[in-house]
Design a binder for this molecule. Structure first.
Ligand SMILES: Cc1cc2nc3c(=O)[nH]c(=O)nc-3n(C[C@H](O)[C@H](O)[C@H](O)COP(=O)(O)OP(=O)(O)OC[C@H]3O[C@@H](n4cnc5c(N)ncnc54)[C@H](O)[C@@H]3O)c2cc1C
Length: 438
C-alpha cells in the first residue's frame, strides 16, 4: 500500500465518518481505517439486544457510505498501535501507515471501574457484537425457562443513565407483551428486570421532573429499581450490592460507564479523565503536530471550558469541525476553536414514553411528544435510506402490534464454529513483473 494519504482517520463511528465525509467532499486523500467494514449506530444497540430491530437497520457498510467519495479509501483493519509523534498507525497484521495529518476517532470501551467479576460475567452494550451476544443469551434463556416450568429469569441492568434506562424499559416491556404473547403469561410472571445504580435516581443528567417521570414509568412496566447502591461484585449467579444484599440474575447487562480503549495508551499522548486525551480547543492533541483526537476518545470542552459529554452529537460535530480545521491546515490557514451547538438530550423509556430536554434552554418534554421526537431524531440520524425504512417498519411493528422484529436472535454456537476453517486471501507468488506466471 502506498504511503500517499494526506489524512488518516482511525475509527469510523460518528466522529470519523463525519470528518472523512467533509474532507472527501473537498477532494482530500483520506484513508479511513476501522476494524469493522461497517458503521454502527450505537444509540439503537439496546433495540437490537431486545429484538426490537434487526442488525441491518443499525449498520451500514462503509464502502456504501463512501461509494461516491473518490478520494476516500476504506480499509478494514484493526489498528494495534498509534505513534502520534510520527503520525503513523500500525495494523494488527504489521502494516505501518503514515499521513500528514492523523485523526484518532476510536471511540471508547466499557469501564467496569475494577468491579470484581464485571469484565468476566457482565454483558457490555457498546457494539453490534455485544448487542447480538446479549440478545442471543436472552432468547436462549427464555427458551430454556419455557422448557422448565419452574425456573426464574432474572436480568440485572447496571447503570441508570440513558442506556441502562432504555435497556431495562425495553426488556420489561418485552416481558409484559412479547413473552406473554409469544411464550406464555405463566413464563412472563417468572421474569424480572432489575436496574441498579449507585446514584439516587435514574437519568442523573436530566431534570428532577424527567427523572420522576422515568422512575414512575419504569416501575409501572415492572422494573425493580435499586437506586443509591453500588455493585460490589458481579457473579455468574447475580450481583452483590454495597448494602450487603444480593440480586440473583442469569444475565447482567453493564451500562455503567465508558473509558478510552487501550489503543490510546499506545499513542504516546497524555491521557486525562477516563483515559481520554484532553484536546486543545481546536481539537488537536497537545505536544504533537498534526494530530486530532475527536469523539469519545477525547475530553472535548465547550467555549466556557466545561467538558462535553460522550454523545453522538458531540462526536459528529467535532468530526466536522476537525475536518474544517484540517482543510485550514492544508491550505496554510488558521484553525478555529470548536463551538458545540447544544441540541439537548433525550432517552426512551418505553412504548409511547420518553423524556427529552431540548436545546440550550432545555425545553422539557415527557410522554408521547418526547417519544415521537425521539423516534424522529433517531430516524434522521440513522445513516442510509434502507436503514431508516427498516427501522421505521420495525418500530411500527413493535410499538403498534407488540411484535418483535426478530423473535429469533441466535448466532452459531461455539460447537458449531469449532473446526471451521475460514477462507483467507491467497498470497500472490512474487514475480519480477509483479504478475503471477502460469
Ligand atoms: C448503547 C449506547 C447508546 C447510546 N445512545 C446515545 C444517544 O441516544 N444519543 C447520543 O447522542 N449518543 C448516544 N450514545 C453515545 C454515542 O453513541 C457515542 O458518543 C458516539 O458513538 C461516539 O462516536 P465516536 O465516533 O467517538 O466513537 P464510536 O462511534 O464508538 O466509533 C469508534 C469506531 O472506532 C473503531 N475502532 C475502535 N478501535 C479500533 C481499532 N483498534 N482499530 C480500528 N478501528 C477501531 C470502532 O470499530 C468504531 O467503529 C450511545 C452509546 C451507546 C454505547
Amino acid at each position: 500500500m502506498e504511503d500517499t494519504y494526506q489524512v488518516i482517520v482511525v475509527g469510523a463511528g460518528f466522529a470519523g465518518v463525519a470528518a472523512a465525509k467533509k474532507l472527501g467532499r473537498k477532494g482530500v486523500r483520506v484513508l479511513l481505517i476501522d476494524s469493522n467494514n461497517y458503521h454502527q449506530f450505537q444509540p439503537l444497540l439496546y433495540q437490537l439486544a431486545t429484538s426490537q430491530i434487526g442488525v441491518s437497520a443499525i449498520t451500514r457498510p462503509l464502502r456504501s457510505v463512501f461509494r461516491r467519495y473518490e478520494t476516500v479509501r476504506v480499509l478494514t483493519a484493526s489498528v494495534a498501535t498509534i505513534d502520534a509523534a510520527q503520525r503513523s498507525v500500525t495494523t494488527a497484521d504489521g502494516v505501518t501507515l503514515r499521513a500528514e495529518i492523523l485523526v484518532i476517532a476510536v471511540g471508547a470501551v466499557p469501564n467496569f471501574f475494577n468491579t470484581p467479576g464485571a469484565g468476566q460475567h457482565a454483558f457490555p452494550l457498546y457494539s453490534v457484537t455485544d448487542a447480538t451476544r446479549l440478545g442471543t443469551a436472552i432468547t436462549r434463556l427464555l427458551d430454556q425457562a419455557d422448557r422448565n416450568s419452574e425456573g426464574l429469569v432474572d436480568v440485572v441492568v447496571v447503570g441508570g443513565g440513558p442506556t441502562g434506562v432504555e435497556t431495562a424499559g425495553a426488556m420489561a416491556e418485552n416481558v409484559k407483551y412479547m413473552v406473554r404473547k409469544y411464550f406464555s403469561p405463566e413464563l412472563a410472571a417468572r421474569c424480572r428486570v432489575h436496574l441498579v445504580d449507585m446514584v439516587p435516581s435514574v437519568l442523573n443528567m436530566f431534570s428532577t421532573k424527567s427523572q420522576r417521570y422515568a422512575t414512575e414509568r419504569l416501575q409501572k412496566v415492572g422494573v425493580q429499581l435499586h437506586m443509591g447502591v453500588g455493585v460490589t461484585e458481579v457473579r455468574t449467579d447475580g450481583v452483590a450490592l454495597a448494602d450487603g444484599s444480593f440480586v440473583p440474575a442469569q444475565i447482567v447487562v453493564w451500562a455503567g460507564g465508558l473509558k478510552a480503549g487501550d489503543l490510546i495508551s499506545t499513542s504516546g499522548l497524555t491521557q486525562g479523565k477516563g483515559g481520554r486525551v484532553d484536546v486543545r480547543p481546536d481539537l488537536t492533541a497537545p505536544d504533537v503536530d498534526g494530530v486530532y483526537v475527536i469523539g469519545d476518545a477525547a475530553n472535548i470542552t465547550d467555549s466556557t471550558g466545561a467538558k462535553l459529554p460522550q454523545l453522538g452529537s458531540v462526536a459528529q460535530q467535532a468530526g466536522k469541525w476537525a475536518a474544517a480545521n484540517i482543510l485550514a491546515d492544508l491550505a496554510g490557514g488558521s484553525r478555529t476553536p470548536f463551538r458545540y451547538v447544544d441540541k439537548g438530550y433525550m432517552a426512551m423509556v418505553g412504548r409511547g414514553a420518553a423524556v427529552a430536554e431540548l436545546g440550550r434552554k432545555r425545553i422539557q418534554l415527557q410522554g408521547l411528544f418526547a417519544f415521537l421526537s425521539w423516534l424522529l431524531v433517531h430516524l434522521a440520524l440513522l445513516s442510509g435510506v434502507q436503514q431508516k425504512v427498516r427501522a421505521l417498519f420495525s418500530w411500527l411493528n413493535g410499538y403498534l402490534l407488540h411484535s418483535p422484529a426478530q423473535v429469533v436472535v441466535s448466532g452459531p454456537t461455539e460447537k458449531e464454529l469449532s473446526g471451521l476453517t475460514l477462507p483467507e486471501v491467497r498470497p500472490a507468488p512474487p514475480t519480477e513483473a509483479g504478475l503471477e506466471k502460469e
